[in-house]
Design a protein around this ligand. Structure first.
Ligand SMILES: Nc1ncnc2c1ncn2[C@@H]1O[C@H](COP(=O)(O)OP(=O)(O)OP(=O)(O)O)[C@@H](O)[C@H]1O
Ligand SMILES: [Mg+2]
Length: 365
């Protein structure tokens, strides 16, 4: 039985016509972009799967008359590569790295952009903390620096204090911040129902299957995970020649591990990466660990940092938490199940160092 009518609609990259539960934020951003004079910057913060990229791309598509540009800062981590990505014209040559002072980079950029109505979205902006670059300063102060009018939108999992320096931060207006809450089961249900109605054949899925998916992923509050489980359930049902009902969802859920973005590791600081590595290398660890296992490791981290570490790996989708009650004297004992094979995760962690690349500090004064 064919269930999937349009697989594009079930993909993560798809930009739907209606965005559920974010109407207010979109209206506010639209207003801010249109009414603010000159250059201005907006910050959208939210956990994985809360719709940051979607809102950014939706506005780029919707704001006709703007020169819209999207850059993923996880892929482009240095000022140079962000600028060449903005310019994206292979005929524009940036000066060689050695003599690329900020003046020359910014003047090339400013010269190529139209004088007004530039809308630049920097996604995964938390990645910028690795590069120590000046790009955000340059873009957000473009007018003062003699450049064109730029509306800058930063999307990130972290508060801007975590990845911007003081001088850049001070240019951010107090009212230009938007924080996205995780979706509740009702939002997720609505998001999934719309995807299913347009992406699947009518009569091949039940509403209780959709409701079940929303319940299963509610804890994460992530539309990304919800859509991925919908897609997996549809593929499962199609391959078994059955309806997409609750049973199919539960079967698909058993083999389900949410999509892991490379960027989910970016939120870990160096100590946390080391800790995660030693957890993974510890021979006892087969598929997960408990809070007390972590405590026993003598990490030198205090409780607050330990908690932040656990929260970070959970929100990134690296582990799934399940409570197993009061265990040790320090508080509630949780069990963390790895959602990705330890070997794959280890190899990804070992790659991280290679991404940071040489710092651009010094060339940007
Ligand atoms: N409000 C919504 N309505 C409809 N679809 C949504 C909504 N929010 C998110 N989605 C869908 O969920 C998926 C994940 O959303 P998105 O990529 O925007 O999350 P994100 O906040 O950028 O996450 P990450 O931090 O992992 O990059 C996408 O397929 C997106 O289309
Ligand atoms: Mg995103």
């Amino acid at each position: 039985m064919k269930i999937i009518k349009n697989s594009t609609i079930l993909s993560q990259e798809y930009i739907p016509e209606d965005i559920i539960g974010r109407e207010e934020q979109i209206a506010r951003l639209r207003g801010l972009i249109r009414t603010n004079e000159g250059s201005s910057s907006f910050v959208i913060r939210g956990n994985p799967g809360t719709g940051k990229t979607l809102i950014g791309k939706y506005l780029l598509r919707e704001m006709k008359g703007y020169n819209g540009i999207y850059v993923n800062c996880y892929v482009n981590q240095t000022d140079r590569s962000i600028i060449s990505s903005i310019l994206s014209d292979p005929n524009i040559r940036l000066p060689e790295l050695g003599n690329a002072r900020s003046e020359s980079l910014s003047s090339i950029l400013f010269k190529e952009l139209p004088d007004s109505k530039n809308l630049i979205v920097l996604d995964e902006a938390q990645s910028l903390k690795r590069s120590h670059g000046q790009i955000v300063y340059m873009l957000s102060r473009s007018k003062e620096l003699g450049g064109p009018e730029i509306k800058l939108m930063l999307l990130s999992m972290e508060e801007p204090e975590m990845y911007l320096d003081k001088s850049t931060l001070s240019g951010l207006g107090k009212y230009n911040r938007i924080s996205l809450k995780e979706y509740d089961a009702e939002d997720l249900h609505e998001i999934l129902a719309r995807r299913a109605n347009s992406g699947l054949y009518e009569g091949t899925f039940t509403d209780s299957a959709i409701a079940r998916i929303s319940e299963l992923v509610e804890e994460s509050g992530s539309a990304r995970i919800a859509i991925e489980l919908l897609r997996n359930s549809a593929i499962y049902a199609e391959s078994r020649n059955v309806f997409l009902d609750e049973e199919a969802v539960l079967q698909a859920y058993r083999d389900f591990s949410p999509p892991l973005e490379d960027s989910s590791l970016i939120n870990l600081d160096e100590d946390e990466i080391l800790l995660l590595k030693s957890l993974l290398e510890s021979t006892r660890l087969v598929s997960g660990f408990k809070t007390s296992d972590l405590k026993k490791m003598n990490t030198g981290m205090n409780d607050a940092r330990m908690y932040k570490f656990l929260k970070t790996i959970e929100l990134s989708g690296l582990v799934k938490k399940s409570k197993i009650g009061k265990g040790y004297s320090g508080g509630v004992e949780n069990e963390y199940i790895l959602r990705i094979s330890p070997n794959i995760l280890l190899s990804k962690l070992n790659m991280i160092g290679k991404f940071s690349g040489p710092s651009e500090k010094g060339s940007m004064d």
